[in-house]
Design a protein around this ligand. Structure first.
Ligand code: HEC
Length: 175
């Protein structure tokens, strides 16, 4: 073999090796991209996890998911968190936060720790018609009325069904 054909072969080998690396790089990138999409779809697409976790960051999502059994134990309701969240946003969030922050109404964080025993029944009655609970001389309802003197809550009796109120209570229990 003469010198010039040797050089040609050397050049061709270089090109082949370079192409090989480029292809390898492409394959690795595709594998990484594929994994990433699968990871994100496992957050938003898997049936066993409710859709509301979608979009929340991992830590927050995990904390809320961990609270579901606690919420079931506390309320004895196997409520629908997603529906509760939606209903809360539509009907309650104008006046209430799920933190300690007071807007028109008090923040509802840890609400279960302050309402009277038979919490779920109390909350259900209160949300449906808080005036009625006040009229029954319920001490806690009267103390709220005194504390939030000029402020009024909506009466939901004709606006929400029993089941919808349960979902809202379940939603509140998760926080
Ligand atoms: C128009 C404003 C307003 C809306 C809407 C509203 N609330 Fe209220 N809520 C209040 C006010 C004000 C109080 C304080 C009670 C009082 O003044 O007698 C209150 C009190 C409460 C309490 C007792 C709070 C505590 O600290 O013990 C609960 C529970 C509650 N609301 C739940 C709800 C839920 C659930 C919804 C939606 C279905 C809702 N509220 C919608 C204004 C509102």
């Amino acid at each position: 073999m003469d010198e010039s054909s040797k050089t040609i072969i050397r050049k061709q080998t270089k090109v082949i090796v370079l192409l090989f690396f480029i292809i390898l790089l492409l394959i690795v990138s595709l594998v990484i991209i594929n994994f990433r999409t699968r990871e994100s779809s496992s957050i938003c697409g898997v049936k066993s996890e409710p859709e509301w976790v979608c979009g929340t960051d991992n830590l927050q999502r995990q904390t809320l998911l961990n609270n579901i059994p606690k919420a079931i134990a506390q309320t004895q309701i196997h409520g629908n968190y997603e529906r509760g969240e939606k209903l809360f946003k539509q009907n309650c969030a104008v006046c209430h936060t799920t933190t300690d922050q007071l807007i028109t109404g008090p923040g509802l964080k840890n609400i279960f720790n302050r309402v009277p025993t038979h919490q779920v029944t109390w909350l259900k009655n209160y949300i449906l018609n808080y005036e009625k609970v006040k009229r029954s001389k319920d001490a806690y309802a009267l103390s709220l009325s005194k504390k939030y003197d000029q402020l009024a809550m909506t009466i939901f009796e004709d606006l929400l069904s029993n089941e919808e109120v349960e979902d809202i209570i379940f939603y509140l229990a998760v926080f």
